[in-house]
Write a protein that binds this ligand. Structure first.
Ligand SMILES: [Ca+2]
Ligand SMILES: [Ca+2]
Length: 64
């Protein structure tokens, strides 16, 4: 997971990621806990999987 994935995740997260109750193929990859949604639990898992290019940012006020 890198910055490109991060941008992709954020597009899925901000947009409507569902079709007929299931996630888009391109967004389901980010459903880390396999509960067929894209929420803060998945975001937390994404943060854990994020590998760079910068060090993890633990600022609770947002990314960056
Ligand atoms: Ca999920
Ligand atoms: Ca969930």
């Amino acid at each position: 997971m890198d910055l490109q994935d991060s941008g992709h995740f954020q597009r899925c997260f901000a947009a409507e990621p569902y079709i007929d109750g299931t996630l888009h193929v391109g967004c389901s990859v980010f459903d880390f806990d396999d509960d067929v949604d894209l929420d803060l639990d998945d975001y937390a898992a994404f943060q854990s999987a994020f590998t760079g290019p910068t060090a993890p940012n633990n600022n609770p006020n947002g990314p960056g």
